[in-house]
Design a protein around this ligand. Structure first.
Ligand SMILES: Nc1ncnc2c1ncn2[C@@H]1O[C@H](COP(=O)(O)OP(=O)(O)OP(=O)(O)O)[C@@H](O)[C@H]1O
Length: 292
């Protein structure tokens, strides 16, 4: 049976009295690469831990094709989370890490893992404890990309990786994605680097899911409008401005919900599209001002 849809319904999480996630509802489908973005401490890792059953929602439900994932080994065999926290003994060798994962996930691609290890110059006989931070991340990434689960979650997958290794990782990730039907969810702060990989983006802020949108659509309606303050304000009147910055003589307003095509653009007003990182900043600034 192929499983295709992971669904969160009104998932909330609090640690003792501290609320971290509030009524998060979203769906993840196979065949797409998703970005899970948010400022530091907004609950991304917590959410990924809930999705992979390492922790439990305080409220709400997580299902895989309609079946609750809680202690559901069939469902959990289709969900893999790579994160900073690992439960492997420090003395474990890379090759044994592959074996350990192969023992809990069916059809782990050993051959693929060894090929990638070679590509990254990672010695499979090395112990995890003897590796540098970046190389230890690589060992875990290789494992994640060769697990034959349908939902792969990568929490800060480039932690400690140098620029060349990050490029290799992005290439390997795409190759692995294209060879499968899986869903990959990447949680990262390196937004510009992953922009071209992502089809869909989730943004968490102030405990809530504040964006759940295809990247192409978001970028098509995200703009920076700049010029003399009075003209910028006049042009944007009534539109949903996320936030603005101002230096004498120049105001820039950011918005992620589209412009009104019928309006005439004043001569001194300049309109530019935002990239994903700029759209992320605009959205999180907007949330911050709403909660001031
Ligand atoms: N086991 C726990 N007990 C108490 N509080 C926790 C626990 N785990 C996480 N938190 C709190 O939940 C909040 C969200 O943490 P989380 O690690 O999920 O954020 P994040 O978005 O992944 O952050 P970052 O981008 O900085 O890695 C933080 O305030 C953190 O202190």
């Amino acid at each position: 049976m192929t499983m295709t849809k992971l669904k969160l319904t009104d998932v909330s999480k609090h640690f003792w009295r501290k609320p971290v996630l509030n009524k998060i509802s979203l769906e993840i489908e196979t065949g797409k690469i998703y970005g899970l973005l948010g400022r530091n401490g907004t609950g991304k890792s917590t959410l990924l831990n809930l999705i992979s059953n390492r922790n439990f929602p305080s409220e709400g439900e997580i299902t895989l094709d309609g079946q609750n994932i809680n202690n559901n080994s069939v469902a959990l065999n289709q969900i893999y989370l790579m994160s900073e926290a690992d439960n492997y003994p420090k003395q474990t060798k890379v090759e044994n890490l592959f074996k350990l994962v192969a023992a809990s996930y069916d059809d782990f691609d050993q051959e693929g893992a060894y090929r990638m290890a070679q590509r990254f110059n990672l010695n499979p006989k090395e112990k995890l404890t003897n590796l540098s931070t970046g190389m230890r991340t690589i060992a875990k990434l290789i494992t994640a990309l060769n697990v034959q689960a349908q939902f792969i979650f990568l929490d800060e997958p480039t932690l400690g990786l140098d620029a060349a290794h990050r490029e290799t990782f992005y290439t390997e990730l795409l190759t692995s994605f294209e060879a499968s039907e899986k869903a990959i969810v990447i949680s990262t702060h390196l937004i510009s680097e992953v922009q071209n990989l992502l089809q869909h983006v989730f943004i968490i802020d102030q405990q809530q899911l504040v964006l759940n949108q295809d990247v192409e659509e978001l970028l098509a309606q995200s703009y920076a409008i700049s010029g003399p303050a009075a003209e910028v304000d006049q042009y944007l009147k009534g539109l949903d401005v996320a936030y603005s910055t101002e230096v004498p003589g120049l105001k820039t307003s950011y918005l992620t919900t589209g412009l009104d095509d019928d309006r005439i653009i004043p001569d001194l007003v300049k309109i530019e599209h935002l990239d994903l990182q700029q759209a992320f900043i605009a959205l999180t600034q907007k949330e911050a001002s709403l909660h001031d």
